[in-house]
Design a protein. Structure first.
Length: 309
């Protein structure tokens, strides 16, 4: 009787455990899946004459400076000079004006064409210097640090505050990029993954020659110089994939160094860091330190016990 009942009891136990296992699997967080890029966001658009839409605070300020301030001033000056040129061509050509004026100096005109450009430059200077100064703002102490290293010809992204692991990023060939839904010559096998909405400390350097880390939709460009560490603050306002390229002529494969920055919500970014073998937060770092210390102390205790024996 026991032998007959045992299989049925085991089957009932398995049936009871299966829903629990399924619920646990459903509750467990899914692994990292690269975010699908959004068409027209963070990438160049065919036929576009203007800057890309901006997704960083500095980008909004710079784009406003260009669209609302500099572009109208440039347009007005260009049209004014063109009008003067056309007027001179029509009014003072040899046929309509056979006897040209011999006037060589006009004090009023010279004062005006000296003072007006000076005033225009003075008006432009203040917002320009303010924008330039803001781009040298130091990252806060709790900013997430990413060290970007330029190699011939690929990028490496190191996370010194999260276990010091490095992600190597190479360009995908056209077939693989299209298969993944990435723009050709911009898609990469491994992206630089960062959290969105938090300050980032981007540090750049190079292993061989000068490179330049540039992402137009984030209004970010910073040279990567061998033997030197450059640093700049970056905040990405919303999750997404943002593309760029090396902007310094660095050799024969200069055009094959694309940049793909993937901004994730903070919790998903922390999950990605753990999947790379990194650490997040002081608790994990403290636990790792304690484990290391315990490993180092164990041989010493064993040696002491052996000596006592």
């Amino acid at each position: 009787m026991l032998l007959a009942i045992a299989p049925r009891a085991a089957m009932a136990q398995d049936a009871a455990e299966t829903p629990a296992a399924e619920e646990a699997a459903a509750a467990a967080p899914a692994g990292y899946v690269p975010m699908a890029p959004t068409e027209g966001k963070g990438m160049p658009v065919s036929g576009n004459w203007f800057f890309q839409d901006q997704y960083s605070p500095k980008g909004h300020d710079a784009l406003w400076m260009h669209d609302v301030f500099l572009l109208p001033v440039i347009t007005v000056i260009s049209l004014f000079v063109l009008g003067l040129l056309l007027f001179v061509v029509v009014r003072y050509n040899r046929r309509t004006n056979p006897n040209p004026s011999r006037t060589t100096h006009n004090t009023m005109i010279e004062v005006v064409w000296t003072l007006v450009p000076v005033l225009i430059l003075a008006v432009i200077a203040y917002p320009s210097l303010k924008l330039l100064q803001s781009q040298y703002e130091s990252p806060p102490e709790d900013a997430v640090t990413v060290k970007v290293t330029g190699y011939q010809w690929y990028w490496g992204y190191t996370y010194p505050d999260n276990g010091d692991f490095e992600v190597i990023s190479n360009m995908l060939d056209e077939a693989d990029a299209l298969a993944r839904g990435e723009p050709p010559q911009l898609g990469v096998d491994n992206r630089m993954v960062v959290p969105a909405g938090v300050p980032l400390r981007i540090q750049t350097t190079a292993a061989d020659v000068i490179h330049s880390f540039a992402v137009p939709s984030l209004w970010f460009k910073l040279d990567a110089v061998p033997g030197r560490l450059n640093e700049r603050l970056l905040t990405i306002e919303e999750p997404g994939v943002y593309y760029g390229q090396c902007s310094e002529l660095c050799g024969a494969r200069h055009g094959y160094m694309p940049i793909a920055v993937e901004a994730l919500p903070r919790d998903k970014w922390e999950q990605w860091v753990r999947e790379q073998g990194g650490t997040v937060g002081g608790a994990e770092e403290a636990a790792a330190t304690e484990a290391t210390e315990a490993t180092e102390e164990a041989p010493a205790e064993e040696s002491a016990e052996a000596a006592t024996a």
